[in-house]
Design a protein around this ligand. Structure first.
Ligand SMILES: [Fe+2]
Ligand SMILES: [Fe+2]
Length: 455
């Protein structure tokens, strides 16, 4: 896709603010059409989601909820119909839009009954999936994240809640280049990481170390395999469950944002040998998390070596340089901070059971609490310390080192100016870290700053 256009600016700025150059990018229509140029891979990660297998006569069920902006849905429906598909649109009522509160993250991910009875935010609704099957649809477009279940029909997600999400152009970032960025990043973890130590730090206060034990490299953990193509855009910097008895992640994880909640006063999560032992701060989010920690302390989930729900498994690395925080970030309909966790170099930490892992089915059967909670790291440094003393940097101060790899730059040249393509479209601002002001003041009430800045 061309990013160097000489046309007049009619639609929006492409990559404004970073280079300081007002550039003209693809129009909205072209951005919607770009989704039809990408292959269908049942991959839930922006940049690898597309509807390119749609052909004339296809029956498509496009199922969204009332927090989606009608304009963005209509735009994509139009291009699907132009391709010759018959598209039925289903709007599921999820209640009025509203501002986030402190406990939304917990509300959308923690359960003690089966997720099919009380679906969590990201997963497709079982009745919608059944409807698609019963009525012989060829393709279901539905859902915002998480793995896509096996179905007899094609199934792709639609995480673009707003026109603004599509306008960022992250889904149309050159896929060959995006793949290479992922492969280069993954090579460090899969090849250099084996048996090595990881040190993860972040200026908001994270400092934690773990070993990437050989025993994790068996290739049977979803997404922790030699070439995790369906996990590109969400690379695992810590092995997913089951967690081994020798797990040793020890240190502190600290941050002020999660996937889907109001920003919270700085939370500090203290881990020992892989398990969360204590929650400090975090306002009401922290308090509710501490209560869940106490309530689940004596439960022995089958995926963990000892008791407790809150073990570290997710350290997911975003890889898309085009992602930006949306403007209405205080509202549920923005998709929350979950959208921005996709930006290259941003890490989201997840502690608890793995999304739809066997341990969640086990807990649901017994009506035991399950799920995992997030904290985002916006400026992480992720470094691998090999047994021979050499160091391999995967992320430095929030920048994915693969973006500066000569091969990646060479590949970028095919699509435009490597400097522009490989510069993040958006870098968050945090007082005391990369913006004026005091971090301590920010950390007491980050919502005031984040929402103030967005508004
Ligand atoms: Fe994740
Ligand atoms: Fe997660």
């Amino acid at each position: 896709m061309c990013m160097d256009s000489d046309r007049e600016c009619t639609e929006h700025e492409w990559n404004p603010g970073v280079t300081g150059v007002h550039r003209v990018g693809p129009g909205l229509r072209e951005l919607a059409e770009a989704l039809l140029a990408l292959p269908e891979q049942r991959c839930p990660h922006v940049g690898f989601i597309g509807y390119g297998d749609v052909k004339p006569g296809d029956k498509v069920l496009f199922a969204v909820d009332t927090h989606y902006e009608p304009e963005v849905v209509n735009l994509v429906v139009d291009v699907l119909r132009e391709r010759g598909a018959q598209v039925d649109v289903l709007w599921v009522d999820v209640g009025p839009d509203r501002a986030f509160d402190d406990l939304d993250e917990i509300r959308v991910v923690i359960r003690n009954e089966h997720w099919s009875k009380n679906p969590r935010r990201w997963e497709g609704l079982p009745w919608v999936e059944e409807l698609a099957e019963r009525h012989g649809y060829n393709l279901l477009i539905h859902g915002k994240g998480g793995p896509i279940p096996n179905t007899p029909y094609r199934y792709e997600q639609f995480p673009f809640l707003r026109t603004e999400h599509l306008q960022q152009g992250a889904h149309a970032f050159p896929q060959e280049l995006h793949r290479l960025i992922n492969r280069k990043t993954w090579e460090k973890i899969w090849v250099h990481g084996r048996g090595a130590k990881v040190r993860l730090t972040d200026p908001e206060g994270t400092d934690i170390t773990w070993t990437l034990h050989e025993g994790y490299y068996t290739g049977d953990r979803r997404g922790f395999t030699p070439d995790p193509v369906r996990h590109y855009g969400h690379l695992h910097g810590h092995p997913p469950t089951p967690i081994l008895p020798e797990e040793d992640a020890t240190g502190v994880i600290a941050g002020t944002t999660s996937h889907f909640g109001r920003p919270f006063p700085l939370i500090k999560l203290y881990l020992e040998a892989g398990r969360l032992e204590r929650v400090e701060g975090g306002g009401r989010y922290g308090q509710a998390w501490q209560e869940l920690l106490e309530a689940t302390r004596s439960i022995h989930y089958p995926c963990f070596p000892r008791e407790g729900l809150f073990w570290l498994w997710e350290c997911a690395i975003g890889t898309n340089p085009r992602i930006r925080r949306p403007s209405n970030i205080h509202l549920l309909s923005s998709g929350g901070f979950e959208w921005e966790r996709r930006r290259s170099g941003i890490i989201h930490i997840g502690i608890g059971t793995r999304w739809r892992g066997p341990e969640e089915a086990w807990a649901a059967e017994r009506n035991l609490t399950y799920g995992h909670l997030h904290v985002h790291l916006l400026f992480p440094t992720y470094e691998i310390l090999k047994p021979d003393g050499t160091k391999v940097k995967v992320i430095e101060n929030g920048r994915l080192t693969a973006l500066d790899d000569p091969e990646v730059r060479e590949c970028a040249r095919k699509y435009g100016d490597p400097d522009e393509l490989l510069t993040e479209s958006w870098i968050p601002r945090i007082p005391g870290i990369n913006a004026p002001g005091s971090f301590a003041d920010y950390a007491r009430d980050p919502a005031r700053y984040i929402y103030g800045e967005a508004g």
